[in-house]
Design a protein around this ligand. Sequence first.
Ligand code: ACO
Length: 428
Amino acid sequence: MTRNSLSVTDNRTGKTYELPIEHGAVRAVDLRQMKAGPDDFGLLSYDPAFMNTASCRSTITYIDGDRGILEYRGYPIEQLAEQSSYLEVAYLLVHGVLPTATQLAEWRWEITHHTWIHENLKKFLDTFHHDAHPMAMLVSAVAALSTFYPEAKNGADASMRHLQVVRLIAKMPTLAAFAYRHGLGMPYAYPDNDLSYAGNFLNMLYKATEVKYQPNPAVERALDVLFMLHADHEQNCSTNAVRAVGSSQADPYCSLAAGVAALYGPLHGGANEAVIRMLQGIGSVTHVPEFIRHVKSGEGRLMGFGHRVYKNYDPRAKIIKRLAEEVFAVTKPNPLLPVALELERIALQDEYFIQRKLYPNVDFYSGLIYRAIGFPKNMFTALFAIGRLPGWIAQWKEMIEDPETKIARPRQVYTGVAARDYVPIESR
Ligand code: ACO
């Protein structure tokens, strides 16, 4: 008879233990009962970088990395990208169900009417150096929101939580657009409530002397789809940061600022910026084979390739590649596109990349679209942050509402010296 459990024999003591298996996992804390002697703390599992450790149970996002599947609350990303909108996806992630028409209209109205930021926060953004990176500004500005809404500390109150959720989704594009215009030395453009979420963001970025900014519908839709594609990706580096900080009951602004900080890194959200730098460095299609040789000899990485979870084509990269063609039809053709296509073509048939299951990820083509829309490289990760926001919020909310939540506090395997006496400085 089969049992849903794992039998483990500890060869130090000869004892056998039976650990229950639930949802394909054993509880690491069940290892604690395995002790080599009475003073032993108990067995730990060692897993740097969480290569095989589930840190939570979640009902938000499902990924099958081998088959290239991504679903939000059970809905395939392809269907959402085709038929939904970013704000509807945000509702889905945060509330767990698709909204009715009335619920969506209400959600849209709430978010549209919380886009303004306090004038003092605007002054705070003014104080940054002219060439401050928008991501560093965003980390600080999201944390600074906490100082304007001290009531956000009351995480136990569901209506208070809802207000912070709405504020965060509404204000993030305003903060990102103001960071962009600060870098250009342009006056900030205030939100326009007549426009869509993506349309208003474009307005705050690009409005100049015209009385009313009219976004290009193809660009507006492309941005909305890109936001949807980035909206959640289960327990990645930034989401883990949000959950870890939030588990100490820090308010949602400070918890999400940690997510923005984690996203900034070039191995995570910063990869799209690195892809463009890489493509510019390669320069032309003729230099691609030489660049691939350079990567294979371990002198660099093919940015926008490889993923901790996807060992197949990232489903988001497929959608983005199609989207790129639609955007390039209404913008100028991008001279880096042929370089990217040639890199992908060669890498996908090269043994080095095949063996390691390295495929294009979400960042490989997104930067080219952002570039075509007119974003400078240093804004790319800020766009990713806007997209990822509902995911971080949904994960933060799920963590707060989970009765199993405790403060995140990993163990360590101590490999330092054993206790020794302090040596006075004159005797060293
Ligand atoms: N180019 C060349 N070789 C690579 C790449 C790459 N992009 N990615 C992984 N490899 C190689 C490694 O050198 C290693 O080879 P080895 O076994 O001979 O040592 C092997 O593939 C496994 O790589 P790891 O670094 O162990 O894989 P890990 O799962 O830790 O890393 C990561 C995943 C960080 C995404 C990695 O693939 C990478 O650095 N990619 C480039 C950066 C990037 O595009 N990041 C965006 C990820 S998507 C996102 O965050 C939104």
